[in-house]
Design a protein around this ligand. Structure first.
Ligand code: UDP
Length: 234
């Protein structure tokens, strides 16, 4: 295996599938199957999940809710997704632990770095809910930070687009995909990979990112095996 310990970032929106809101059971099951394939190869897996399918902090301001309050609501949304994912993973016999950036002790363990690493070493899938636990951050930043703390080999950003393009491929048909690109080039060209905080954390800590299409069956396994899928940023 090319990667022995991975951090998989899934957006909340991806979990919606074709729905307008919430969690799509079919999509959730599909993701669980992809994750199981990789787990069966002995790869250590940490997962950060977003909350955009339920609530985003920036949304709050337009509805008159205080931004910080809204961000905490967003963090709670990620916990809902994380709980759904945990349950679905366990149904297939995988061992998991859900760790939260804010204390919700009836539901999740608090995030303790050494403990999280130990869970991974024991073969448990660790899901990080509630982001970093601070407002004004995103789950992409959480993915970068936790990957660094866990000493993961790579951040795998699963999206519905199969990599980084010269322009938005959903809007510009002439856009072409980069199989590989450097952090510097992404920055200079102003390409949208992750928010700047998340991106800079990876760059400064030499942590490669792979952006790939999580909805294409077999992609996750192929990446872990070292095949060229999506776009590698290093
Ligand atoms: N959030 C936060 N701090 C964090 C992580 C998340 O405040 O460390 C809030 C923020 O309001 C964000 C929301 O949680 O909009 C949901 O996360 P995100 O938008 O990153 O989810 P995704 O876009 O991946 O679905």
């Amino acid at each position: 295996m090319k990667y022995k310990r991975i951090l998989l970032k899934l957006s909340g929106e991806a979990l919606m599938g074709d729905k307008q809101y919430g969690i799509d059971a079919v999509r959730l099951e599909q993701y669980v199957n992809e994750i199981k394939e990789v787990k069966d190869l002995g790869v250590e897996i940490a997962i950060v999940i977003g909350g955009g399918n339920i609530f985003r902090g920036v949304q709050a301001e337009s509805s008159g809710i205080d931004r910080v309050q809204g961000d905490y609501m967003g963090m709670l949304a990620t916990v809902i997704n994380a709980m759904a994912l945990q349950s679905a993973l366990e149904k297939t016999g995988m061992y998991t632990r859900l760790m939260s950036g804010i204390k919700i002790e009836e539901v999740c363990e608090p995030f303790i770095k050494r403990r999280a690493v130990r869970h991974l070493e024991k073969g448990r899938i660790v899901i990080f809910g509630a982001g970093i636990g601070n407002p004004y951050f995103t789950t992409d930043s959480t993915a970068s930070l936790r990957a660094i703390e866990m000493e993961a080999d790579v951040v795998l950003k699963g999206t519905r687009v199969d990599g980084v393009y010269t322009a938005d491929p959903e809007k510009d048909t002439t856009a072409t995909k980069y199989p590989q690109i450097s952090f510097q080039e992404v920055y200079e060209k102003g390409l949208n990979v992750m928010d700047m905080t998340a991106f800079t954390l990876c760059q400064e800590n030499n942590l490669p990112i792979i952006v790939f299409d999580m909805n294409k069956s077999g992609n996750l396994k192929a990446i872990v095996a070292g095949e060229e899928v999506g776009t590698l940023i290093s």
